[in-house]
Design a protein around this ligand. Structure first.
Ligand SMILES: [Mn+2]
Length: 293
């Protein structure tokens, strides 16, 4: 493996590790639909490379350097979607069984079905999913009638036995690139949404986050980096103006940190990025998390 993520230790297995706080794991997988630009599979390598540009230290007393953080490498490249999910979900389940926090580097958002299966296979109790994303990813079939893609992935996750619509919290959702079908799905299932245009309303943000951290103990947080305004994250497949600032994202992650049991960051596309800004903001999101767990 190339250099591990900044401040972490490269390992080939985690079974023999003791007192692990968090484990970085890469998922260089992307779906192959023509409507999306190729390149998210390059992200785990690029994010690790860019991470070494940072010291990892902030004003916070705790940082990645005070924690035992391992880097478990990547899943193999070139796998079919079912084979990828099997290999990846096994890695996630292994990390969770060590009572460590997986920190996953996608890949496009379709990897999340593997994450969810890993949670299921681990036997650990997860009580909530927080989907931090410009989009809802709840299409039933998209694109072209396909059941499995980054646009349908959350719909597939909530069809799994361990998950349900009631557990899901959306943060940063916005139009105008949503399907009417997924909006109806959210409304008819009374799903909880903190829209991007609520980000001027401090009270609304506070109440939404407070609701999550008081009601839930073990949360799966999935960050699609396109939740940020494209100004802050230009290297993404489906840019959606009107998004969050970097600081707003870091602040949300810090507030949620204590209840996060599984964390992933997806959709960084180094191939269409500008000066690695999107990889940088992904690194800083991870550092923010580790400052606050
Ligand atoms: Mn997404």
């Amino acid at each position: 493996m190339a250099e591990p993520f900044c401040g972490s230790f490269a390992v080939n297995e985690v079974d023999s590790a003791v007192d692990v706080d968090a484990v970085i794991v890469g998922a260089p997988y992307e779906d192959k639909y023509e409507i999306y630009p190729v390149g998210t599979a390059l992200a785990p390598k690029k994010i690790r490379e860019i991470s070494t540009f940072f010291s990892g230290q902030s004003f916070s007393e705790q940082s990645i350097h005070q924690l035992n953080v391992l880097d478990f490498g990547d899943t193999r490249e070139g796998l079919s979607y079912p084979d990828f999910q099997n290999e990846f979900s096994e890695k996630i389940a292994t990390i969770l069984r060590k009572n460590a926090l997986p920190i996953i580097l996608g890949g496009d958002h379709s990897i999340a079905l593997g994450t969810a299966k890993g949670i299921q296979n681990s036997g650990m109790e997860f009580d909530s999913i927080v989907w931090i994303d410009a989009h809802l990813d709840l299409m039933n079939k998209y694109p072209n009638g396909n059941k499995f893609s980054r646009a349908t992935v959350l719909r597939r996750i909530i069809e799994l036995d361990n998950f349900s619509t009631k557990q899901v919290y959306f943060i940063g959702s916005r139009g105008h690139n949503l399907g009417w079908e997924e909006i109806e799905f959210v409304n008819s299932n009374k799903m909880k949404v903190l829209k991007a245009n609520s980000f001027s309303l401090e009270d609304e943000i506070e109440n939404f986050i407070k609701n999550i951290i008081t009601k839930h103990k073990n949360v799966y947080v999935s960050v699609d980096i396109d939740v940020l305004d494209p100004v802050f994250a230009p290297g993404i497949s489906v840019p959606e103006p009107g998004g969050l600032t970097s600081r707003e994202l870091f602040s949300i992650i810090e507030k949620l940190a204590k209840v996060i049991g599984c964390f992933e960051i997806v959709e960084v596309n180094p191939k269409i990025d500008i000066n690695n800004l999107t990889s940088m903001v992904a690194c800083k999101t991870i550092f923010s998390l580790l400052d606050a767990i």
